[in-house]
Design a protein around this ligand. Sequence first.
Ligand SMILES: Cc1cc2nc3c(=O)[nH]c(=O)nc-3n(C[C@H](O)[C@H](O)[C@H](O)COP(=O)(O)OP(=O)(O)OC[C@H]3O[C@@H](n4cnc5c(N)ncnc54)[C@H](O)[C@@H]3O)c2cc1C
Length: 370
Amino acid sequence: MNKIDFDIVIIGSGVIGHSIAFRLKQDAPHLKIAVLGDPVNSLQASRAAAGMLAPFCECDEADPFFKFCRESLTKYPEFLKELASVSEVSVHHSFAGSLMPASSYRETWEERKAFFAREDIPHEVWSSEKVRQKAPYLAEDCGEVMWVGEGQVNNRQMHSALIQASGRRGIHVLEANVSGFIRDGASILSAVTDSGNINGERFVLASGSWSSQLARVLEVSIPLKPIKGQMCRVQLADHFMDYTLHGKMTYIAPWREGNGFVIGSTMEDRGFDPSVENAVIDRLIANAAEILPCLKTAPLIESWAGLRPAAEDLMPIMGKSGRYENLLYSSGHYRNGILLTPNQADYMSALMRGTLDNEIPEFSPSRYNL
Ligand SMILES: Cc1cc2nc3c(=O)[nH]c(=O)nc-3n(C[C@H](O)[C@H](O)[C@H](O)COP(=O)(O)OP(=O)(O)OC[C@H]3O[C@@H](n4cnc5c(N)ncnc54)[C@H](O)[C@@H]3O)c2cc1C
């Protein structure tokens, strides 16, 4: 492979890169698009995540980020339907909702309730008696529990479906590691890979936690770093619990279809460290068992680590570069990149087609002079 010319070259084959390609090719079928990704990257966040679609449990103020997350949740059912019809890969998902026990949010419980009421978030507060009827598996000292109307998706299946759908929509998926760029002044001409140079009209940096390394090659300094999460999955029967459970420093997400429950997660500022530590996994399970006691004896299926791409202000970085005339960014989706996938794909596609009405200043690369 030596000289290939594309209209759009997307660097990063996680859910962010693939979903941009998927949406853009639908919106502008004439575009020749390539997605480049390092296939041996086991730390990529898109397969490491728990798949919670949780704008309400994750956010506590109605800022532009919350609004964007909420819109993305609304787009999810249609997005998954479209993805399934193109990919023919089944992606398990559920909108049964989340549970938040009061015992995990002692100091902020009243604030959380007020926020949910003020923002008209679909929720119910269950008394301890109601909890005993509706969720008898919870620990007795959970107190009141809030049911919240949000969702969950099997993100590994969704990532596989996006890769399949990209291929079917005629996107070139190249398993290539980008090591550099050929530039001409403020213009990028090619991405340099082991398989040759990939020439493009425009480039999108969507390389998750690795975006800052790649940007450095372009002499751009993105204040973004990986925040490691260690996770595990345990065996529990599907019918055991329909909801995702959010506790203090813990969450438990049902993966269904016999896949057990995912328990997360640590937040570690340790660079690109891939290690998984038994003691940490034991602690995750012990924390989770404080609200779901049966986890103490649930067999462990697997454990892993992944890297969340975190910008300094913890906001996504989405938009046009001010330094290169043909470069765009979509990175920094941190703890919510699975949730944000549909809305960020629409946003980036509209931006690239020149139809985006309002750019969101809080997400703009210009805040970091990129
Ligand atoms: C433990 C954990 C739990 C999470 N749980 C949730 C959750 O429940 N809900 C939620 O919404 N979000 C969750 N997230 C966050 C979410 O997973 C991420 O925000 C999202 O997956 C980021 O996607 P991405 O495509 O930007 O990055 P990644 O998935 O990391 O993909 C980056 C891509 O760039 C490629 N790449 C890197 N370097 C190069 C190179 N030099 N050349 C070519 N390609 C390169 C990699 O191979 C990879 O394909 C979680 C994350 C972690 C780690």
